[in-house]
Design a protein around this ligand. Structure first.
Ligand code: FES
Length: 574
């Protein structure tokens, strides 16, 4: 039974006739030039737009907001565009992760404090997606996500360049002296050729795909290339759909359940997705009140192979993925594993959304029996070095390093590590395990993407391109290598990582999901009793608030005051 206009949330602001506050609200719409017929009895749709001049991944979102508005008007809604914090992965320092929860709070409060009946969420650059979804879940009104979409392929001398991955790759080649300054400058110009997000399977592409698998987008929306005209049509269609969703009262709580999260994890694993997705999905699930533990990622990773042959795990880029059939076709390959009866914002099931989709290129989207990697991309390791878990993108590591024992080379801080790896006289071999501490949720703070520690210069020159690296940091989804990340609990709060010393032997066994520090328990206890917490890196303002409230990586790094599913009362009208 559809809602009646008097049941709209916005009715209290705009619909009540004999009311001084409603008089004020309506008079200010007239002030802007709207007529009563523009809004009376219509769902008010907030278009939460993370466009910004400083976010090149979102350059097109102003235009997309207009296209969403067109759809909202067509369907009989009243659109209002609301700017929100743009988390520009390229420019925000030390890390956009520090600000994910801030955008999540802003999204939630933008919706809650204003007369919105539904929300269209515009974003895509890395942390923007989880932040928007987290906020919308907590706000509880119907919401649909319009992913920014990936940019076009990079191009250099007739070859293809991929965001992030080829930056790291050619930076090491430059350090090794195999390319020169002119080559490097040409790469700089050719690697980002259009608006849209990174086009490798980084955090952006991963989280856009995850959002679709959760049921938060129209079918196929997440893989449409940003510069393709289909992207604008998808934005308008999302505008039309959100109006219907409001009348149907199709809230996130009615879309999301344990099946949706399993679908999202399976898709993320089979895409060879970013390790960041683990943290974001944990946070999203907590917001939605769906029980989810880090171990579920490992269980599901053993159930599906990596089928997307996309960099950094594979060869192709998101533009190829789109032409190969995109996310709908990709999910048909996983269909036997997915909960096809899970609900989506379309008002239909996931299975109905992918019905009839076809894979057009088996090299890009591999057949189930011819995978890129036999298991899902993300493994969860545990052991005395990470009692609450650590994450590794095993599909993007050199296979010889998946079982390894070597001496630690430990660093207390990023600056210490960054200076050391450039030293020609550094006492290091390819068998060493590089360890970085104090880069976790509180220690970073915000878990900067420092987890792909640079290979020491003298080893790069000797041809080494991968070695085992361990930290409580994250790494970019476009990064690669034998990097063990998100070690929990983090060093800054006295997790075992804090007690690693140079020369300690460390064992990694990915098949056994084991991460072991080969130091006797009594020696570790001695080191623990002598340990003191380092001073905070950010002692005032938002950084201090963040460090005081952020949870650990295995809990999703949400704030302790935000990850509680709870319905707050509607605002009073004064
Ligand atoms: Fe925006 Fe990579 S910098 S998605």
């Amino acid at each position: 039974m559809p809602k009646r206009p008097e049941e709209l949330r916005s009715y209290r602001w705009l619909g009540v006739e004999d009311s001084r506050p409603a008089f004020g609200h309506r008079s200010r719409l007239f002030q802007v030039g709207y007529d009563r017929s523009d809004f009376a009895g219509k769902p008010v749709i907030g278009i939460i737009n993370t466009w910004s001049d400083i976010n090149p991944c979102h350059t097109h979102l102003r235009t997309r907001a207009d296209e969403v508005k067109r759809g909202v008007w067509q369907a009989g809604g009243f659109p209002l565009e609301l700017p929100a914090l743009s988390l520009s992965e390229m420019y925000m320092k030390p890390s956009t992760m520090l600000y994910r929860n801030l955008l999540a709070m802003e999204t939630e409060e933008l919706i809650r404090s204003q007369p919105l009946d539904g929300a269209v969420l515009l974003g895509g650059c890395d942390k923007t997606t989880p932040a928007l979804l987290m906020g919308a879940i907590s706000a509880g009104v119907p919401a649909i996500y319009v992913p920014a979409g990936p940019m076009l392929r990079g191009n250099w001398r007739g070859g293809v360049l991929g965001s992030g991955s080829d930056v790291w790759k050619y930076w090491d080649e430059k350090r090794a002296g195999t390319i020169d300054e002119d080559d490097w400058r040409e790469i700089e110009v050719g690697i980002a050729r259009s608006f849209g997000t990174c086009m490798t399977m980084g955090t952006a592409a991963t989280m856009m795909g995850v959002a679709e698998a959760l049921g938060f987008t129209l079918p196929g929306a997440s893989s449409i290339v940003a510069a393709d005209s289909a992207h604008g049509r998808m934005a308008s269609a999302s505008g039309r759909r959100i109006v219907e969703m409001v009348w149907e009262d199709l809230t996130p709580a009615r879309v999301l359940d344990a099946r949706s999260f399993d679908n999202a994890i399976l898709v993320e694993q089979a895409m060879g997705g970013s390790t960041n997705a683990v943290i974001h999905l944990l946070a999203l699930a907590h917001r939605a009140g769906v029980p989810l533990s880090i171990d579920r990622f490992d269980e599901l990773s053993r159930r599906v192979p990596v089928l997307a042959d996309i960099r950094p795990s594979g060869r192709f880029l998101m533009e190829d993925f789109f032409y190969a059939g995109g996310m709908r076709a990709f999910m048909t390959r996983l269909a036997p594993q997915l909960a096809l009866d899970a609900m989506t914002v379309s008002g239909t099931t996931l299975g109905e959304g992918i019905a009839g989709a076809t894979v057009w290129n088996d090299e890009v989207i591999r057949p189930y029996d011819h995978p890129l990697y036999p298991e899902g991309g993300t493994a969860i390791l545990r052991g005395n070095l990470a009692p609450d878990g650590a994450v590794m993108k095993a599909s993007a590591a050199e296979p010889r390093l998946l079982k390894h024992r070597g001496p630690a080379l430990a660093f207390e801080s990023y600056d210490e590590m960054a200076a050391a790896v450039e030293r020609e006289d550094l006492d290091v071999t390819a068998d060493h395990v590089l360890v970085l501490k104090n880069a976790g949720p509180q220690g970073g703070p915000g878990m900067p993407e420092w987890g792909m520690l640079p290979i020491p210069l003298k080893l790069v020159r000797a041809g080494v391109r991968d070695m085992v690296r361990i930290s409580d940091a994250r790494m970019s989804g476009t990064s690669y290598g034998a990097c063990i990340l998100h070690v929990a609990p983090e060093a800054f709060i006295g997790g075992p990582l804090a007690f690693v010393r140079t020369g300690d032997m460390i064992e990694v066994d990915v098949a056994a999901r084991r991460l072991h520090l080969d130091v006797a328990d009594d020696e570790l206890a001695r080191r623990r009793s002598a340990w003191t917490q380092p001073p905070p890196r950010l002692a005032r303002g938002y950084g201090a608030i963040f460090a005081a409230h952020v949870r650990q990586a295995n809990e999703g790094c949400d704030f302790d005051v935000l990850d509680v599913p709870m319905h707050l009362p509607e605002p009073e009208m004064h």
